[in-house]
Design a protein around this ligand. Structure first.
Ligand SMILES: NC(=O)C1=CN([C@@H]2O[C@H](COP(=O)(O)OP(=O)(O)OC[C@H]3O[C@@H](n4cnc5c(N)ncnc54)[C@H](OP(=O)(O)O)[C@@H]3O)[C@@H](O)[C@H]2O)C=CC1
Ligand SMILES: O=C1O[C@H](COP(=O)(O)O)[C@@H](O)[C@H](O)[C@H]1O
Length: 511
């Protein structure tokens, strides 16, 4: 959410309104925006699903979802009525033209009552295999012919490789221009991911150091404790490389690496992100094994409870070769990042749920001054994205009262300690409503990310030996540690051993 202003009146059609995404994310996000008073008086939400529901039953489902997942409470029945009166429902199969006529009828009826420009958004919370059909039928039915704006919001996965993504994109573009397509990568809606830009470009402290001369390495971790859950059908065909690396991890990498944009405008930011993907070092087939590690979880213990191996999860093939973990060493071959390793890792059933970026600065000269025993801890900037949100800067300082002993200390800022921050979908839906594409994925990003991933995937598919295994509840296979050890590095924080004192940002003298 880049700016807070009241949105213009709009109609939003949610395809897949009876599904999980709508229930857990979309309805609560709409309610959060309503509570934040940034939705206009006039807006309409039309839910579409195959399930037969009355409008009242649909509104009750919206209420259940808000009560379970919204960050705000419903304060009164009057408030609830004011919110829910905006919701309508129509039951229809996506292939059925009559359904589109009904949607059009509901929307036109709403628009007729208003003397304003008619803006329409279409949110596809449905399987990607249905995107092209909906897009084509929106055009044919005239629904996509608003006299204001028309926008399409789609979810990942966008294809399963470059070719399929390109084909899908081609079909969607028959109805929507690039400026009308909002491709959600929900990591870009996270507060601290959006904060990376500010930390980098609003602090004279960091910008001069943000390059290969001062940065030793960067680590990006997105670890999860959950297993495959109920998504066997999708996940077993996707794997962690497609599910997490192609999108979320590369997006985080782009935010860390991009050059300062010429202006804080969507196009300028997208241009710089795209250049990062273009600069990513491509590995030959014989190099994938050296720079990438993939693995699958075995059974293990999580919170004292035994959990099954991936191959024993419901719906998963007993011989599945799908990876649930990926680690990689990447290089961005440009002048700023020459030879700086970017270590990325993601996995399911790992020891902790954590999303974090670690920027490790170069060591002080060895054997000089305070580093004479060569045991100074490195300076680290830790950007915590989830579940903590904030930054910590690890420094070395004199231990109070002792004889020149040095201790690591940390200065800390917590972003979500005092108040709950907006949820990613809330920020992104709001941005789509006000027409800000900054934190959505441009087609060129999708295309280049696939082009980077595809050769790795191809190689893995031909090489069963590339699959390692790790116990559930651990930090992944040994090889993922060896990947860093080769360079004298280690995954933070196990490697640091530091138990730094924390200096809170609000205790600093300038506050
Ligand atoms: N759930 C999540 O957290 C996330 C989901 N996504 C993506 O969002 C999309 C939806 O996911 P999710 O909500 O989990 O899926 P669900 O299976 O829970 O819901 C699918 C929805 O699509 C509707 N639907 C399916 N086929 C048709 C059809 N032929 N005509 C009309 N409606 C149809 C279903 O309606 P009905 O049941 O009434 O037939 C239902 O509302 C997927 O692309 C997924 O990858 C992305 C990120 C996170
Ligand atoms: O997109 C996805 O992300 C989730 C992890 O998201 P987070 O916000 O909880 O970090 C992951 O579980 C899922 O497999 C993937 O499709």
């Amino acid at each position: 959410m880049t700016q807070t202003r009241m949105a213009d009146p709009f109609s939003l059609v949610i395809f897949g309104a009876t599904g999980d995404l709508a229930k857990r994310k979309l309805f609560p996000a709409m309610f959060n925006l309503f509570k934040s008073r940034i939705l206009p008086d006039h807006f309409l939400i039309v839910g579409v699903g195959r399930s037969i529901r009355t409008v009242d039953a649909f509104r009750q489902a919206v209420r259940n979802s808000v009560e379970n997942y919204s960050r705000f409470q419903i304060d009164s029945e009057a408030e609830w009525s004011e919110f829910v009166r905006h919701f309508q429902y129509t039951s229809s199969d996506i292939h059925d033209d009559q359904g589109y006529r009904e949607m059009k009828g509901i929307i036109e009826e709403h628009e007729k009552q208003l003397e304003v420009t008619f803006n329409r958004l279409f949110y596809l919370a449905i399987a990607p295999g249905l995107f092209a059909t909906v897009s084509q039928k929106l055009k044919a039915s005239g629904l996509a012919a608003a006299n204001g704006y028309k926008r399409l919001i789609i979810e990942k996965p966008i294809g399963h490789d470059y070719e399929s993504a390109r084909e899908l994109n081609k079909q969607i573009k028959r109805t929507f221009e690039e400026e009308e397509i909002y491709r959600i990568d929900h990591y870009l809606g996270k507060e601290m991911i959006q904060n990376i830009e500010v930390i980098r470009f609003a602090n004279s402290l960091f910008e001069p150091l943000w390059n290969h001369r001062y940065i030793e390495s960067v680590q990006i971790t997105a670890s999860e404790t959950v297993g495959v859950e109920e998504r066997a059908n999708y996940y077993d065909r996707a794997g962690a490389l497609r599910d997490m690396v192609q999108n979320h991890l590369l997006q985080m990498l782009m935010m860390v690496c991009m050059e300062p944009p010429s202006r804080l405008k969507t196009e300028a930011i997208h241009d710089e992100k795209i250049k990062v993907l273009r600069s990513l070092r491509r590995y030959g087939e014989d190099e994938v094994g050296k720079y990438f590690v993939r693995a699958q979880y075995r059974e293990g213990k999580m919170n004292g409870k035994r959990v099954p191996a991936y191959r024993d999860e419901p719906g998963i093939d007993k011989n599945s070769m799908t990876e649930t973990f990926v680690a990689a060493k990447l290089y961005v071959d440009n002048l700023r990042w020459a030879e700086v390793p970017f270590y990325i890792r993601t996995g399911k059933r790992m020891a902790e749920k954590v999303t974090k970026i670690i920027v490790q600065f170069k060591d002080m000269p060895k054997n000089l001054y305070f580093n004479r025993d060569n045991d100074l801890k490195p300076n680290i900037l830790e950007i915590s994205i989830h579940p903590e949100e904030g930054i910590k800067l690890f420094l070395n300082a004199k231990k109070p009262g002792t004889d020149n002993q040095i201790t690591p200390i940390a200065m800390e800022y917590c972003n979500n300690c005092e108040e709950e921050t907006p949820e990613a979908y809330e920020s992104l839906i709001y941005d789509a409503i006000i027409g800000d594409q900054t934190y959505f994925t441009h087609w060129a990003e999708v295309a280049l990310a696939w082009k980077f991933i595809d050769p790795v995937r191809r190689l893995w598919d031909q090489d069963p030996q590339s699959l390692q295994f790790y116990d559930s509840g651990t930090w992944g296979p040994k090889k993922a540690h060896e990947l860093l050890a080769q360079e004298g590095h280690g995954w933070w924080p196990q490697y640091s051993g530091a138990q730094p004192e924390i200096i809170k940002a609000n205790e600093l003298p300038f506050k």
